[in-house]
Design a protein around this ligand. Structure first.
Ligand code: SF4
Length: 455
């Protein structure tokens, strides 16, 4: 949000002193503050003339435009970021990892790539991680072949698409066979701009501008915006790692720090064209995951290159203010019976997945009780008063676990052995067992403990 409430109020009727309350707020100032936070929209005030609405709307627009590629559930949103550094707040829209298919690729390779992007998926902390977009590149010189390939990809995948062609006729002919999927068109340049504008207007879809420098992007974005074309992605043309970092940072800082509208758009990066070495390409892409493109195009994908990028992206685009959590409930691991152990832990996602995978490794079926603790690990939750006798007692009693087991024995994490007494007081019907101090100790301890329950 570029304008503060104190700036907005001066622009409201009578310099913000009308205070007629028709917007539902007691004063214009209260309305302006809500407007600045995005909690209300301008149309709630009936006294703002249209020209001022347009001016305020423009001034209050996010510093970086949100661009959507594709439609439906698989549509990808990029841009609309608010900070340079993740630790300042959070990054919102993860960069779209994109697989490139050339119309020079054989039919077999095309089919393999389409299959790959569908099937390569990885589960981590309860989330399914996958690549996002398919790019199709015109290299054969045969326009009909290119258009046919774009049509085939469009029909065989529901992912969003990037259409790449230096031949403007081929670019828009390919767009026409999948315009309803809102593909991103690349490249719009200063050379093809005049020819491209009427074509873009015929069937609006996001377009990506390519220039030979950051400066050269500016007149092109201004011209397109003047024509009402505002779903833009930027490529400053850099193809060396240091140049990419420099240009991506420059664009991001200009957009977010200076609210420089001509560069207020997400960007793209092409590791696929920066090296022929697949591992080096993945390393270059990993630089991009950090700084700052909205789209990263790769020549190929396999689990050894894609998985690390997806995990890195997950780490970068996870909100640092919000610990990842799992739901508070009883998690059956394996097929637990009434003789199975009951283990207790907190709902920090990392704790849950580490403990559950250690249990799974033993092949011992377990009732795993996960208590809500605001996403804190066991020791931190105890220190914060979220994991003690007072709150573990009611949780266990209300969880329904007593109906699932014969002998009431509850295993506490060894790190909080000190609360054994208070948990015993809170759960007088239960025997409290102190388990291993670290999750890594579960493998050597759990099988014998499970046997002892049956003997
Ligand atoms: Fe002020 Fe408009 Fe609200 Fe009236 S309706 S109090 S003029 S912001």
């Amino acid at each position: 949000m570029a304008l503060k409430g104190s700036d907005i109020v001066k622009k409201l009727p009578d310099g913000g002193k009308k205070n007629c309350k028709e917007c539902g707020f007691p004063t214009c100032f209260a309305f302006a503050m809500k407007l600045a936070s995005g909690a209300v929209t301008l149309d709630k005030c009936p006294h703002i003339p249209d020209d001022l609405k347009a001016e305020l709307g423009e001034a209050m627009a996010p510093p970086q435009k949100l661009v959507t590629i594709g439609t439906g559930e698989k549509a990808v949103n990029i841009g609309n970021e608010e900070v340079i550094y993740r630790h300042d707040k959070t990054f919102f829209h993860p960069c779209a990892l994109t697989l490139l298919i050339s119309d020079n690729d054989s039919d077999d390779i095309v089919d393999q790539k389409i299959k790959k992007i569908k099937e390569l998926e990885f589960e981590r902390v309860g989330l399914l991680l996958k690549a996002d977009l398919l790019a199709t590149c015109f290299e054969s010189g045969d326009k009909d072949k290119f258009v046919a390939l774009v049509k085939k990809i469009s029909e065989s995948s529901d992912l969003g698409m990037v259409i790449i062609s230096e031949d403007t006729d081929a670019l828009f002919a390919a767009r026409d066979v999948c315009a309803d999927k809102k593909p991103l068109l690349y490249p719009i340049t200063k050379e093809n701009l005049d020819k491209a504008i009427p074509e873009i207007k015929k069937s609006p879809t996001p377009v990506c501008i390519r220039a030979s420098s950051v400066e050269e992007l500016i007149p092109i974005t201004e011209k397109l915006k003047g024509e009402g074309i505002d779903e833009l992605v930027l490529d400053p043309g850099s193809r060396k790692v240091l140049d990419v970092i420099r240009d991506q940072t420059l664009i991001r800082r200009a957009a977010l720090k200076q609210t420089f509208r001509p560069l207020g758009y997400p960007t793209i990066m092409f590791p696929c064209w920066m090296t022929k070495d697949r591992m080096e390409e993945a390393l270059i892409a990993s630089v991009g995951v950090i700084k700052y493109p909205g789209i990263i195009v790769l020549s190929d994908m396999s689990s050894d290159t894609l998985q690390p990028l997806l995990v890195q992206r997950l780490n970068i685009y996870t909100d640092p203010r919000m610990p990842m959590t799992v739901e508070e409930k009883i998690y059956p691991i394996g097929e637990p019976t009434e003789d199975s152990p009951v283990l207790l832990t907190t709902n920090w996602a990392l704790t849950y997945f580490i403990v559950s995978s250690e249990i799974e490794g033993t092949k011992v079926p377990v009732h795993m009780l996960v208590k809500e603790a605001e996403g804190l690990g066991v020791l931190t939750a105890w220190a914060a008063g979220k994991f003690n006798g007072d709150n573990i007692g009611p949780f266990v009693n209300n969880s329904g676990i007593a109906d699932k087991v014969k002998s009431k024995k509850l295993v506490l994490p060894g790190k909080v052995a000190r609360i054994k007494g208070e948990v015993e007081d809170a759960l007088p019907d239960w025997e409290i067992i102190v388990g291993p101090r670290e999750a890594s100790g579960i493998g050597g301890w759990l099988p014998d403990y499970a046997k002892s329950l049956k003997s």
